[in-house]
Design a protein. Structure first.
Length: 199
């Protein structure tokens, strides 16, 4: 399969690429690196990317920022970061690809643990994660041509602990390899409309 991985350079993206790259052709996409560069909030840019890549079988999205700050310090602009980047950036990948992905293809998005197991300063990310779960469950029933849609919801990756562990006291880190397997399950398996939890 030809698989487009958006956010391939991040910890989660690397886990997905390491697993899927053993068996498939990976096209890496990032904001500033990879085979192609992309602003996923720009629907026209995504359509142009898909046209350039040509036929593809799957899209894996491991991208999307959110604002981490105390709720009392949040304003609408800060809150929109997660909604615009993490939610709409990933939704756009699906909307732009619905009619061009190969028959029987799949979209796999990424949310995270915070809507299930919240932390202080994580409200924006938690809201984005919940929105992605709702989108996937609902949109999956309207997919045509056998196209599938899922979202992987991992806990804090083991390799991410040095950077983010101080925010996640008491959380059990998840092995990167197991996160990679979740993407393989979504891309190579038969699931659709599912939130695949890695905890």
């Amino acid at each position: 399969m030809k698989i487009i991985v958006v956010g391939a350079a991040g910890d989660i993206g690397k886990a997905a690429c390491n697993e899927l790259g053993q068996r498939h052709e990976i096209i890496t996409v990032g904001r500033s690196g990879g085979d192609f560069q992309l602003d996923a909030t720009d629907l026209r840019a995504i359509k142009a990317l898909y046209e350039t890549v040509g036929r593809f079988d799957a899209v894996v999205s491991c991208a999307g920022d959110a604002t981490f700050a105390p709720l009392a310090e949040m304003d609408q602009d800060a809150f929109m970061v997660g909604l615009r980047q993490k939610v709409m950036g990933q939704v756009n990948l699906v909307l732009a690809g619905l009619n061009v992905i190969a028959d029987g293809g799949s979209f796999t998005l990424t949310s995270g643990v915070l809507d299930r197991d919240p932390i202080r300063m994580g409200t924006n990310a938690a809201t984005a994660n919940g929105a992605l779960a709702g989108f996937v469950k609902s949109a999956a029933i309207e997919m045509t041509r056998g196209v599938r849609l899922n979202v992987v919801s991992p806990g804090l990756l083991d390799v991410s602990v040095p950077r983010y562990g101080a925010w996640f006291h008491g959380h059990k880190p998840v092995p990167s390899h197991e996160v990679g397997l979740a993407y393989a399950k979504c891309v190579e398996g038969a699931l659709t409309g599912q939130v695949v939890i890695v905890a």
